[in-house]
Design a protein around this ligand. Sequence first.
Ligand SMILES: Nc1ncnc2c1ncn2[C@@H]1O[C@H](COP(=O)(O)OP(=O)(O)O)[C@@H](O)[C@H]1O
Ligand SMILES: [Mg+2]
Length: 327
Amino acid sequence: MALLDIRDLEVTYRGSEGDLPAVRGVNLSVEAGQVVGLAGESGCGKSTIAGAVLRLLPASAKVSGEVRLAGEDVLTMSWGRLRAVRWSQASVVFQGAMHALNPVQKVGDQIAEAVLQHTNSRSAGPRVRELLEQVGLPAWRATSYPHELSGGQRQRVMIAMALACGPKLIIADEPTTALDVMVQAQVMSLLGTLVRESGMGMLLISHDLSVLADACDRVAVMYAGRVVEEGPAASVFAEPRHPYARALAAAFPVIGDPASRRAPKGLPGDPPDPRDLPSGCPFRPRCVEAIGMCAEIDIRLRQAGPGRAAACVHVAETVAETEAAAL
Ligand SMILES: Nc1ncnc2c1ncn2[C@@H]1O[C@H](COP(=O)(O)OP(=O)(O)O)[C@@H](O)[C@H]1O
Ligand SMILES: [Mg+2]
């Protein structure tokens, strides 16, 4: 059984300016010991999925579908059960979370609070030291204040807090976005090691496909609230099938220039307004490969090679051509 199994997830934010469909029918699963990446430009619905998994979305969000944690549907469980499940079954490291540390409290005390709040233990000292070491910080760091730590070290503290109750699943939403490229790689590799050594599962979210390529087993690329490509991380990154995934994969970073990662190269324009999606394929207006039928058909994910899927009219042709060339 998958640790996390998301089926037909739809999330619509209701507001005075009308309904905003943020997630439009997503399927995604994470197995034990697996890191699954979720990529895509800002606004495509990644954080909404993270919030839906632990029911942390605002009341204005209308959610449907299934979100199963070890078989149990989070969307229909009681509040009591949900409280028990949060932190101990699944925990979240949010975007920019490292700025959420209390500046006037020692980091060890903050980790201890997470341990004591969510478990029955009386004393957290030994567990705090164990958690610090697990995230690659020396135990004496427990007595440091957040300002005495680097950005990367603060993010390690946040990861230690997420691990406090031994969750089976961690959702990390842009955990390294505020860090420079070298530190990003270190934190990503730490997360990968933790997951593989402990048999946890992780959903790792980033706008940057290249960051996910090394850290993940599988990756899903989102566009306008849907998964448009899915498959083994290495092959999606090396040989993307969807024109949008190709543009994201081509957005290589320039070392020393974090801003260069943001704009995918060769991808003009902005993502569409979710309240006003174009007809047919939502990526069509920005797609260099769009043809007439793309304005009419909103194509769903179709098989694109072993263990792979992509939502593009050209996909069947590409795969057929590759197979013919291999014969
Ligand atoms: N609380 C909210 N209320 C209304 N709209 C929201 C809310 N949170 C996110 N959105 C909208 O939902 C869409 C998806 O946002 P989000 O899930 O944050 O994307 P990502 O994490 O990929 O950047 C965006 O159009 C965003 O403006
Ligand atoms: Mg986000």
